[in-house]
Design a protein around this ligand. Structure first.
Ligand SMILES: Cc1cc2nc3c(=O)[nH]c(=O)nc-3n(C[C@H](O)[C@H](O)[C@H](O)COP(=O)(O)OP(=O)(O)OC[C@H]3O[C@@H](n4cnc5c(N)ncnc54)[C@H](O)[C@@H]3O)c2cc1C
Length: 268
């Protein structure tokens, strides 16, 4: 499957929205999950193939070093009527594959993808909803807020690089949003944890929360541990380390299974 870039929008200095369309998305079937994601495939520079390539065929016919780089990204929106797929990319400097592709993308460019899949949707029976993450989780958090039942109470804690990096979130009367701004200090990695430490849960409602905690691996793990210590049941939490500081996605995927197993084994 593949999409053609039809529109591009600079959401913040470090986030680019890409809207994909075209007949290459004919087979796309959206899931109910608000954290639905697609697997993107990028041909390495100089590999000698491009456009709407077939991943399976490339893997069968070419040496491993020429196989496409894979990256997972959230479906920020699927417009069934227009059959357009929106993805919001963090552009984190001049490194990596996906962020750089998004920064340079132009209308007509091709993006090869597979999916979608996903696992989370806010539980309508929950007493309140907690959403915690960084820019990479922003698309899934925004999609989740849009899916909350009318009148639901939601607390959102997001970390970003400064006021100019904040993104407008779906408005709702029961929404408590706080943005935490990195300063460049080593303590930036604790901003989410400290915000959670300072958060008063609605009285007597620890059991009633449904929590979505996604983003940088160590930050997510620390927040999850804190929530367990406060008595939040692990079954009421969706915690996913999307990326890991200092590691490319290839390096991260090699150790991610062990990291997640160790994280999920933590009782507190
Ligand atoms: C299910 C799922 C859904 C995701 N959805 C989104 C999404 O909607 N939008 C999105 O932007 N990301 C999303 N991510 C995270 C994204 O897949 C990773 O950030 C990925 O590493 C980006 O690839 P890259 O090629 O740009 O950088 P890589 O080549 O993987 O990494 C290069 C360097 O950049 C660093 N880096 C990677 N990501 C970030 C970041 N976000 N901020 C700062 N530094 C970074 C790495 O640690 C590494 O040092 C999702 C991940 C998962 C698993």
């Amino acid at each position: 499957m593949h999409g053609l870039v039809v529109r591009k929008q600079q959401l913040t200095p470090s986030m680019v929205r890409i809207v994909l369309g075209g007949g290459g998305l004919d087979g796309f079937v959206m899931t109910e999950a608000t954290d639905a994601y697609v697997n993107l495939a990028f041909a390495p520079e100089g590999a000698g193939y491009s456009g709407a390539f077939d991943c399976a065929q490339v893997r069968e016919t070419r040496p491993r070093e020429e196989w496409p780089a894979r990256r997972r990204f959230t479906v920020r929106r699927w417009d069934e009527a227009e059959r357009e797929l929106t993805i919001d990319f963090v552009v984190h400097g001049d490194v990596g594959v996906a962020g750089r592709w998004a920064a340079a993308a132009q209308p007509g460019d091709v993006l090869v993808l597979e999916g979608p899949a996903g696992g989370y949707r806010p539980d309508p029976a929950a007493g309140w909803h907690l959403h915690v993450g960084d820019e990479s989780a922003l698309p899934a958090i925004a999609a989740s807020l849009e899916a909350l039942p009318a009148g639901a109470r939601a607390v959102v804690r997001l970390v970003c690089d400064g006021p100019g990096h904040e993104v407008e979130l779906p408005a709702a009367p029961g929404l408590d949003v706080a943005w935490l701004h990195r300063t460049g200090a080593a303590s930036d990695v604790d901003l989410l944890l400290e915000a959670l430490r300072g958060l008063d849960f609605p009285a007597g409602s620890t059991d009633a929360v449904h929590a979505f905690v996604h983003g940088e691996a160590e930050e997510i793990r620390a927040v999850r541990r804190h929530l367990l210590q406060r008595g939040v049941p692990r079954t009421a939490m969706s915690c996913s380390p999307y990326w890991r500081r200092t590691m490319t996605d290839e390096a991260w995927r090699r150790v991610k299974g062990d990291f997640v197993a160790a994280m999920e084994a933590e009782a507190s």
